[in-house]
Design a protein around this ligand. Structure first.
Ligand code: AP5
Ligand code: MG
Length: 241
């Protein structure tokens, strides 16, 4: 651990799992351990949604190219997946950035078999053919609901907290920049149920896709953040042997 990890070449890593399982939390820890960026399709979509408040290069680009439809953002609010074409375009644009050369963590993508097929094709035709490895986190549904309803995040630095499980030092503000924490609009019990339904119907087959390719590991997400990070790093290092 530690020193040896920065020499490791991670390549593309997919972080999969149900809503609230800890993908964002773990992606940030992996980013620090391996020095590769987190690419979260959910975060990019929220950036697009908030383009009135903060300028967004990616939102401008997708709007100019006619690829962004208001319908997608209302689907997101309702807990349904947005169109494959939109997220595939978002990911393609992000993967062009130079910080992805040593690898990257895709957080919450691919979420459908169409997206998985698109990614397989995209990677086969670009880069040096470095295959993806997929890690799926698992947590029981009762715990997921607690994680979702208690989540708060910093709109500036994006750090993630939980009022029940991982509270900030001072009640309602970020430990690092003292910004007032926000709650996501889709973190209600009703929308969570819809997100779980989308996960079971559309994303569960994606796990089987990578399992069948033999580049898949399942990690128990119901442990401390640090212990889960260790399990993910070990699983990916093992898959890359
Ligand atoms: P997205 O933003 O990806 O949401 P999600 O998949 O529902 O996952 P979350 O972000 O809610 O959870 P997480 O796993 O990141 O958990 P976190 O680390 O925050 O997607 C949102 C929407 O965008 C979708 O519904 C869809 O509409 C659209 N979308 C996105 N990608 C798409 C795609 N590819 N295709 C189509 N549509 C797409 O942790 C949760 C909480 O738990 C936090 O409070 C945290 O502090 C706490 N916690 C984490 N780990 C631990 C731990 N070990 N112990 C205790 N607490 C913990
Ligand atoms: Mg997330």
């Amino acid at each position: 651990p530690g020193g040896s990890r920065i020499a490791f070449l991670p390549g593309p890593v997919l972080l999969l799992g149900a809503p609230g399982v800890g993908k964002g939390t773990q992606a940030k820890a992996i980013m620090a351990a391996w020095g590769i960026p987190q690419i979260s399709t959910g975060d990019i979509l929220r950036e697009i949604r908030n383009r009135d408040l903060q300028p967004s290069v990616i939102a401008d680009r997708l709007l100019n190219e006619g690829k962004l439809h208001e319908d997608d953002l209302s689907r997101m609010a309702a807990g349904k997946l947005v169109s494959d074409a939109l997220v595939n375009d978002m990911v393609a644009a992000r993967l062009e950035e130079p910080d992805t050369v040593r690898g990257y963590i895709l957080d919450g993508f691919p979420r459908t078999l169409v997206q998985a097929d698109w990614l397989d094709g995209y990677l086969a035709s670009s880069r040096d053919g470095f295959p993806v490895v997929a890690v799926s986190l698992r947590v029981n549904e009762r715990q997921l609901l607690l994680r979702i309803t208690g989540r708060r995040s910093c709109p500036i630095c994006k750090r993630i907290y939980n009022v029940h499980l991982k509270p900030p030092v001072a009640d309602t503000v970020c430990d690092f920049d003292q910004t007032v924490l926000e709650q996501r609009a889709d973190d209600t019990e009703a929308v969570f149920a819809e997100r779980m339904r989308a996960y079971a119907e559309q994303t569960a087959p994606v796990l089987e896709h990578y399992r069948a390719l033999g580049r898949f590991a399942e990690v128990d997400g119901d442990a401390t953040v640090e212990a889960v990070t260790e399990s993910i790093l070990a699983a990916v290092e093992h898959l890359r042997e």
